[in-house]
Write a protein that binds this ligand. Structure first.
Ligand SMILES: [Zn+2]
Length: 522
């Protein structure tokens, strides 16, 4: 007994000299969860219906009530790249889900990579990689420090699995709807591990063929939201991704990854980056006010609870640090807004390109003036500029002046203006978002920002704007060493990466502009 007491005394003395309590609290596993298009207000509106995973995070986690993205455009690739890097697009180079690549002379996606092959999908299809991400993520820092054995990203979308996991990830898996298989890329490995092949051989979507999606609290006789069988009276869901079953596939796959890759059982800290994508597909189709969104949110709570229980059973309670957020929000459906006397409407970006092109043809000479346009980003056709002996900056200035005359356009920036910092000089968050979203070698020639609640979408709804409905997201930390409570001070999602780096005691990711959220650290 005396000897034990002596050893204890030595430990106490040692702990006075070194932060051994903090070291003891280092998680075995970081679970970085993004729910695609999960608006902040979904944590409030449906709170009474959450009793599982989300309830656990909201009750026992550090919950930020005012976490925002500060960049444009608020879209999937940009949110996912920000989450674990702390960088803005102006530094990370991830300026959209896709953009017109001037060198390749065609549109590329944030993760497309012609030098890689898809594994597990259609034979010889091209794969994807994080090669366009210019900065490190938290897990890259862990890997470079030799402090993490396994880092795995999982999502329906390639960008959702690849970008948070980073360059040194052991694997990113996503769902390929050409083959209905979980796939990866030759960037990570030569061939899929046996357990992934097994999942694919079992036919992951087999059990959902012909199934209908009904409300979780449906009463007898209630009509389903949609059906996986086409041709019935009920709306066709379209695809498994556009139902809560897509999230179920992902949660099931995540459990298998944890089990077969031994996540959380190694020395150091493993990382599971999980992005639940189906909320986004559903939200785009029906909008944030539809009952489907409540239903998939409640089901997300249940799925998260299942996953957290599974992890606790596998690696023991108190060993996992969870970070929960969304990659962006979503605007109300314009017609829903109009019906309740709120502003909003639809804009047609192809028609806008036509209007701008006609004006440019009248001023500088005939030609096809744009090579690409997407959610307000317009890419000039430099061949037409050259053919007409025009000055590109002058062409942009004229096009911007015309765009400013179009109804419901709030703001237009040319790439020249952003190169000279005029977005930041605007002095408000809209200009700053345009500036932080601008990376010269990749961004468009014009950034056209509609008024709040106006959008470039012909049906359903979308996101990309700097306004709260698109930029305000949940942010929750939960686990060992986290001080629970609700925090009302304004923070950004860029603060996640430096905070995790501080907790894990590794270097801050290379492009991070965030700050350590020290108020949540015990
Ligand atoms: Zn998204």
């Amino acid at each position: 007994m005396k000897r034990i007491r002596g050893v204890f005394r030595v430990l106490v003395y040692l702990c006075l000299l070194t932060p051994c309590l903090a070291a003891d609290k280092k998680p075995k596993l970081v679970v970085a969860v993004v729910v695609d298009q999960f608006r902040y207000d979904y944590t409030l509106r449906f709170r009474a219906d959450y009793h599982a995973g989300l309830a656990r995070l909201l009750e026992h986690g550090a919950v930020f009530a005012d976490a925002r993205y500060m960049h444009l455009p608020t879209v999937t690739a940009v949110g996912h790249s920000t989450f674990m890097s702390g960088a803005t697009p102006s530094v990370s180079g991830i300026v959209g889900n896709d953009w017109f690549d001037r060198t390749a002379n065609h549109t590329v996606t944030s993760v497309s990579d012609e030098t890689t092959l898809l594994l597990g999908g259609v034979p010889n299809a091209k794969g994807s990689s994080p090669s366009r991400l210019l900065v490190s993520t938290v897990s890259d820092e862990l890997k470079m420090a030799g402090r993490s054995r396994k880092v795995i990203g999982i999502s329906i979308k390639d960008r959702g699995s690849i970008l948070p996991a980073g360059h040194m990830a052991d694997a990113a898996y996503w769902f390929d709807n050409d083959s209905n298989h979980f796939v990866s890329s030759s960037y990570y490995m030569k061939e899929l591990p046996g357990w992934v092949n097994q999942v694919n051989q079992n036919g992951p979507i087999q059990k959902y063929l012909g199934v209908a999606w009904s409300a979780i609290d449906a009463k007898p006789g209630d009509k389903p939201f949609c059906s996986m069988a086409a041709g019935s009276e009920v709306r066709f869901c379209g695809s498994i991704e556009a139902t809560p079953f897509g999230n179920e596939l992902l949660e099931d796959f995540a459990e298998k990854a944890i089990e077969h890759e031994g996540l959380g059982t190694h020395d150091g800290t493993d990382v599971l980056a999980l992005s639940l994508s189906s909320n986004d597909y559903v939200g785009h189709a029906v909008g944030p006010d539809a009952p489907e969104v409540r239903d998939i949110s409640v089901r997300t709570d249940i799925l998260l609870g299942k996953l957290l229980d599974f992890i606790d059973a596998k690696i023991g309670a108190g060993n996992t640090l969870v970070v929960f957020t969304a990659d962006h929000g979503v605007a109300p459906v314009p017609e829903v807004n109009q019906a309740r006397k709120m502003p909003g409407g639809r804009l047609d970006s192809a028609a806008m390109a036509q209007t701008l092109g006609n004006a440019l043809s009248a001023r500088f000479g005939q030609g096809d003036w744009f090579v690409a346009e997407n959610y307000g980003y317009f890419f000039l056709n430099y061949a037409t500029v050259k053919k007409n002996n025009a000055d590109a900056a002058e062409v942009r200035r004229v096009a911007a002046d015309v765009a400013r005359t179009i109804p419901h356009i709030a703001r237009v920036y040319t790439s020249d203006a952003l190169l000279h910092g005029e977005g930041a000089a605007s002095g408000d968050f809209v200009g700053r978002a345009a500036q932080l979203g601008f990376y010269g070698p990749r961004s468009g020639d014009l950034v056209v920002i509609p008024e709040p609640y106006y959008m470039f979408a012909s049906q359903g709804t979308t996101h990309a704007a700097p306004f709260s409905y698109d930029s305000h997201v949940p942010l929750i930390f939960y686990g060992p060493g986290i001080r629970s409570g609700v925090y009302y001070q304004p923070v950004t999602v860029n603060d996640v990466a430096p905070t995790l780096a501080a907790i894990l005691e590794v270097e801050t990711p290379s492009g991070s502009v965030g700050r350590i959220l020290s108020m949540v650290l015990q």
